[in-house]
Design a protein around this ligand. Structure first.
Ligand SMILES: NC(=O)c1ccc[n+]([C@@H]2O[C@H](COP(=O)([O-])OP(=O)(O)OC[C@H]3O[C@@H](n4cnc5c(N)ncnc54)[C@H](OP(=O)(O)O)[C@@H]3O)[C@@H](O)[C@H]2O)c1
Length: 309
């Protein structure tokens, strides 16, 4: 467990990085940088003695942000406001990350939270992608997102070498877990509300899941695996799942019978990753079915779920 370190976490009010910041806060000096568009989340972090600094990804103004961190976990990302503006996506995310890395270049390690969205679309998105596979994707939900990630990775790789800053680029899969509001939860909330669920047919949309508790626990080994040149690792669980199967599984353990509306274009987040490299660094991941049951029981305490068979 990391102790006594000075750690910067960008995007620490977000779905992924908040749990990381909160897990490290008791034993380390943790700094959170973001715009803090949600004041309540800032207060929540500060109540746990996390120091906060207002900063905008893409700006070269680092006023108030120290430059002597031991470790940096960079999760902030400008996605939806620049969804159709490739120039702005690259300026904010790629150039902004280069400016950040230069500011914190004395760190012992830098962990960049990338995404499986960096991989190119393939006809069969159930084929697991290796870290060296082709990139270049224009996701329906935010066309500039994948290109922004690829451009940022290139900047991260370059600055790791220029600054001799040990770096790991972690391509994150679909984050889920207790308290999380990712795609599994979006589906489940609609089921609970009795809404029809628009799903892809079986065999069309797969995703690599990663439990938020695994994300948190793997930060330390991933930081230890940072290197120059940057180490690139699929940051996903061991399982990948057909999105349709995921929906049907949640309905089954919740004893719900939602109306499923099939649409080949439906699906939140296509693409799966080969977790072999990550597993060698962190060990095995939590299995998704049992973890989904625990997540749903915690997130919906008033609903009765049946055990996984
Ligand atoms: N969630 C997933 O399943 C998933 C999957 C793959 C990859 N990822 C990657 O994981 C990272 C975190 O994702 P998330 O789901 O946690 O996102 P999120 O919940 O939307 O949080 C984004 C965080 O970034 C901050 N931020 C956004 N725009 C910013 C800007 N212009 N300047 C400074 N801070 C900014 C936000 O705070 P403010 O709005 O207050 O600035 C917030 O703290 C991202 O890099 C994302 O690409 C996530």
């Amino acid at each position: 467990m990391l102790k006594g370190r000075k750690i910067l976490i960008t995007g620490a009010t977000g779905e992924v990085a908040r749990a990381i910041a909160e897990s490290l806060a008791a034993a380390n000096e943790v700094w959170a940088a973001a715009r803090f568009t949600n004041a309540a989340l800032r207060q929540r972090l500060e109540a746990q003695k996390i120091r906060t600094c207002t900063w905008t990804l893409g700006d070269d103004d680092f006023t108030g942000l120290p430059d002597d961190f031991d470790h940096v976990i960079h999760a902030a990302c400008n996605i939806f406001p620049v969804a159709n503006d490739y120039d702005a996506s690259i300026r904010d995310n790629a150039e902004g990350t280069g400016l950040l890395m230069t500011h914190v270049r004395r760190a012992k390690s830098f962990l960049y939270v990338s995404s499986l969205a960096a991989y190119s679309e393939v006809p069969d998105n159930g084929t697991p992608r290796k870290e060296t596979d082709p990139q270049g994707c224009h996701q329906r939900f935010a066309p500039s997102y994948g290109i922004g990630k690829t451009a940022t990775e290139a900047v991260v790789r370059t600055l790791a070498r220029i600054h001799r800053l040990p770096t790991l680029i972690g391509r994150l899969g679909m984050n889920y877990g207790i308290g999380c509001s990712g795609a599994p939860d979006f589906y489940f909330r609609d089921m609970m509300a009795g809404k029809p669920i628009v799903v892809p047919p079986r065999g069309v949309s797969y995703c690599s899941l990663v439990h938020n508790s695994d994300v948190v626990e793997w930060v330390e080994p991933l930081l230890a695996a940072a290197s120059v040149p940057a180490n690139i690792v699929n940051w996903t669980g061991d399982d990948w799942v057909d999105e349709r199967e995921m929906v049907e599984f949640m309905a089954r353990i919740a004893r719900l019978s939602p109306k499923l509306v099939e649409d080949p274009k439906a699906g939140y987040y296509g693409g799966v990753a080969d977790p072999t490299k990550r597993r060698a660094i962190t060990g095995p991941a939590r299995p998704w079915k049992q973890s989904f049951l625990e997540m749903l029981r915690a997130n919906y305490p008033d609903h009765v779920f049946v055990d996984v068979d």
